[in-house]
Write a protein that binds this ligand. Structure first.
Ligand SMILES: Nc1ncnc2c1ncn2[C@@H]1O[C@H](COP(=O)(O)OP(=O)(O)OP(=O)(O)O)[C@@H](O)[C@H]1O
Ligand SMILES: [Mg+2]
Length: 571
């Protein structure tokens, strides 16, 4: 678009009369720049020693207004009413005035040729100065040297300039926390896959909490694309320890029938009496059921001497029924998860190892661990994630030396860390993630949170995310939320959010140094071929009923025949 061949900078406009240290306006030559472009202007400023030096001020075009004062509304009205083509009049079509608003990013010294480190501007730019369009090379140099990253990670290109690569700082990505948000289909998972694949190349251990199976593509592609990494696929097993009594109680209370106060008291006392050895939660609930039934029998037999003389048999009965209900629901979820796994016979799933005694099986150098939670309801899924993250965090915090630093990706994060207004069920993962996110920086337990609905996330947790990638957002509430969490994100930027294409977003925070419009690189080879495209039409085309369904249909057809041949009429 511009003369990029020889010139590092080409003039595209003139700074208008009124400037300040944060922004300036300039008059743009037709078609010479777009919104989001990076521009420069040279200006004189006093330095700390009182000398006057010439510096290059870098800025980003935030908005462009276009007007033609020779074409007033009255003229448009006349042309419309009289059906006249403007080309048949003397009205000028080339007198447009283009005014750009530029947000100042900082300045570099005019003599800096290689290392372009941005400094904060403390003197306004020169009115009437020339505004220049830097070559892609110059922009690239600025982005790379200003980031000054020891471990830069390539994520994509500047949206407005395809030839400028964008890198983010991996050290900040894994030690701090990052929030990736945008509506469904906007490109979040594609971005996470990009980040995960780059971290895998650096042998960094990663744990992904995957509800939909979006990351299973890594398993089948591991041999070809990640020969030096291990990819492990786990299914959950709801094992709790005696220390997790609170979680057990919440699960039973929330998954079961609603209990009255005396019924809850009985449940609580049982939890105190029935020892938790080890094993699955289901086994423990079975033990509780047995115990509760024994108590009911004793009560019915009017045996004295038990500790529950004051509890009515009916109360015990209701609690037993509720426990059976919880057991049934948990078994159902396990079965649903198993059915989903059975649909993927070429993938090897292992039961999630005990995170407290064998954490190294989940987190170790060069390993990507995917916890496949498909089929689990929010509450038990939250309990599983809470127990897992809490134990892994403890290993890091207590410096047991058993696991290295690692990063956790939580997809559909609003399920695990809902905001206070949403969290009616007291999902156990909220507290754990709050702890990990507030203290994680010291222990190398970075989080990458992914959600379609940022305003539904826990406020404390979101405020601890110091890097953001925002993709297309249409919902106004989400847009408002984003404006609040991003510095320098104004109404104009928010208005752009609904129009972003797939994989286009804004990247900001500590992983970059100033917010950048980005087109994320699409690694097509990493999509999951099994579930990637939800091609339901083909699924129906190849559908064959299960044997049991066939038999039921056959039976109901025969039954229809019999009942229609029965011509007796009721009286
Ligand atoms: N960077 C990109 N470049 C090109 N196409 C992209 C890019 N990112 C996403 N897409 C397209 O959009 C589709 C959906 O992307 P993705 O699965 O990342 O959405 P998502 O934001 O995770 O949605 P959901 O919230 O429903 O999970 C991709 O399959 C791909 O076709
Ligand atoms: Mg997704």
């Amino acid at each position: 678009m511009l003369d990029k061949k020889n010139k590092s900078f080409s003039s595209i406009g003139i700074v208008l009369g009124e400037t300040n240290i944060d922004q300036y306006n300039f008059c743009l030559k037709n078609f010479k720049a777009k919104k989001g472009d990076i521009v420069t202007t040279d200006t004189k400023i006093p330095n700390d020693e009182g000398e006057i030096i010439t510096v290059k001020v870098w800025g980003k075009i935030m908005s462009i207004n276009r007007s033609n004062m020779f074409f007033p509304n009255e003229a448009a009205q006349e042309l419309t009413n009289e059906d006249i083509d403007i080309r048949n009049t003397i009205l000028p079509m080339t007198k447009d005035e283009l005014i750009c608003r530029v947000q100042i990013l900082g300045y570099t010294h005019i003599n800096d040729k290689e290392k372009l480190k941005l400094k904060t501007l403390n003197y306004p730019v020169n009115p009437a100065a020339s505004v220049n369009y830097p070559s892609s090379n110059e922009v690239q140099k600025l982005l790379a040297s200003d980031l000054g990253s020891k471990h830069p990670m390539y994520v994509g290109n500047l949206t407005a300039r395809k030839d400028v690569d964008i890198f983010v700082d991996t050290d900040n990505m894994v030690s701090r926390h990052i929030l990736i948000t945008g509506m469904s289909g906007s490109g979040k998972t594609v971005m996470v896959r990009r980040a995960v694949s780059e971290l895998m190349k650096k042998q960094y251990p990663i744990l992904i909490i995957d509800i939909h199976g979006d990351y299973l593509g890594f398993v089948s592609k591991a041999k070809k694309y990640f020969p030096d990494n291990q990819v492990k696929l786990f299914y959950p097993n709801l094992t709790v320890s005696s220390g997790d009594k609170e979680i057990i109680y919440t699960l039973i209370e929330k998954l079961g029938k609603s209990l009255t106060e005396p019924q809850n008291d009985f449940l609580n006392s049982m939890l105190g009496k029935v020892e938790y050895e080890s094993g699955t939660l289901c086994n423990y609930i079975k033990k509780l059921i047995k115990y509760s039934e024994a108590c009911t029998d004793d009560r019915n037999a009017k045996k004295n001497g038990t500790s529950f003389n004051h509890v009515k048999a009916a109360t015990m009965y209701v609690v037993t029924r509720s426990l059976k209900h919880v057991l049934k629901r948990l078994n159902n979820m396990e079965q649903t998860n198993l059915r989903h796994r059975n649909n993927l016979p070429h993938l090897k799933f292992d039961e999630l190892p005990d995170s407290s005694s064998e954490p190294e099986k989940i987190i170790c150098k060069s390993q990507l661990s995917i916890l496949y939670l498909k089929g689990y309801e929010t509450l038990p899924a939250g309990a599983i994630v809470s127990i897992l993250m809490d134990t892994l965090f403890k290993h890091r915090a207590e410096n047991t030396g058993e696991i290295p630093p690692f990063m956790t990706v939580i997809e559909e994060a609003h399920n695990f860390i809902p905001s206070r207004a949403e969290d009616k069920d007291g999902i156990p993962s909220v507290d754990t993630v709050r702890k990990v996110i507030t203290e994680g920086r010291k222990f190398g337990t970075g989080l990458m949170l992914v959600s379609q609905r940022p305003y539904r996330l826990d406020e404390t947790i979101v405020s601890q995310c110091n890097s953001h990638v925002i993709f297309r957002v249409k919902n106004e509430r989400d847009q408002r939320f984003i404006k609040n969490i991003l510095e320098n994100f104004d109404n104009d930027d928010a208005k752009q959010l609904p129009n972003l294409g797939n994989g286009q977003g804004v990247i900001s925070g500590q992983i970059v140094n100033f917010s950048l419009p980005v087109q994320i690189k699409f690694d097509e080879h990493l999509i999951n071929d099994d579930l990637g495209d939800e091609n339901f039409i083909d699924v129906v085309h190849q559908w064959d009923d299960k044997e049991i369904v066939k038999q039921r249909k056959k039976f109901s057809k025969e039954f229809e025949k019999i009942s229609s041949s029965d011509m007796r009429r009721p009286n």
